[in-house]
Design a protein around this ligand. Structure first.
Ligand code: DX5
Ligand code: ZN
Length: 233
């Protein structure tokens, strides 16, 4: 038996639009996902435990339900204090990638456990955590997530003070010749997309800007159109 999932994440470093279902109608989740699917690359799933962040959202059962309704890459953002306790449950539920926060204890072990389960592995940093919080793990991850709001809630305003860190991460990825995606999450819309993509982000998470729009698929396409193409090399 294997827990490996087969959803293709696409080539590292390519532009990916990842709507966050946190902003969708949880009572109509499958329909909401179907609406954005033609315009999306990944689906971002925000998991909150009421401890690491002051909010509670969803967990493995909902990932499992989503898995039955979509072939999109399920990008699970674990805003939880003890991610290691739940990795296997997320893998079994059909998660493709898990991103854990650098601010929790035992990050190195958790990253290794996630990898051993066949998951794509990400490391997130809060807006006030420095580049140095991810620097030692760059070789051990597939993705770095620079939070552009403090995690816990959708609909917050983008924090431009995170842009220098995004540049720093992109530079380090290039300098070290790594295949690591650089994701941003929080307040991403058609106005902030040029800023984050110019700084080096290639995976754009957007909740309100997509699911809050009258036409979510068109809004997702609008993000793709607003992205600044990454310079070669
Ligand atoms: C916030 C979550 C985000 C959230 C983003 O803690 O990690 O993924 O859904 O929502 P918007 O795009 O509305 O800022
Ligand atoms: Zn998120």
């Amino acid at each position: 038996m294997t827990l490996m999932t087969s959803t293709d994440p696409g080539p590292s470093g390519s532009l990916r639009i990842a709507p966050s279902v946190l902003a969708a109608d949880f009572g109509e989740l499958a329909a909401a996902v179907a609406t954005v699917t033609p315009a999306s690359d990944w689906l971002h799933v925000d998991v909150m435990d009421g401890h690491f962040v002051p909010n509670i959202s969803i967990g493995p059962p909902v990932v499992s339900s989503l898995r039955r309704h979509t072939d999109l890459f399920l990008d699970c953002h674990l805003m939880i204090t003890d991610p290691g306790e739940y990795l296997e449950a997320f893998a079994k539920a059909g998660a493709d990638g898990v991103t854990v926060h650098a601010e929790v204890d035992g990050v190195e072990t958790v990253l290794a456990e996630a990898r051993a389960l066949g998951l794509r592995v990400g490391l997130a940093v809060n807006p006030d955590s420095p580049f140095e919080a991810v620097d030692p793990y760059l070789e051990a991850v597939d993705l770095v997530l620079c939070m552009t709001v403090f995690p816990g809630f959708g609909g917050q305003s983008f924090m431009p003070e995170v842009l220098p860190k995004i540049r720093q991460v992109r530079q380090a990825i290039a300098d070290r010749g790594l295949s690591v995606d650089l994701e941003v999450d929080g307040g991403i819309d058609a106005t902030t997309t040029p800023l984050v993509t110019e700084a080096g982000a290639n995976v754009l998470v957007a909740g309100s800007a997509v699911f809050g729009a009258a036409d979510p698929a068109m809004a997702a396409r609008g993000l793709r159109d607003a992205a600044v193409p990454m310079a070669a090399g």
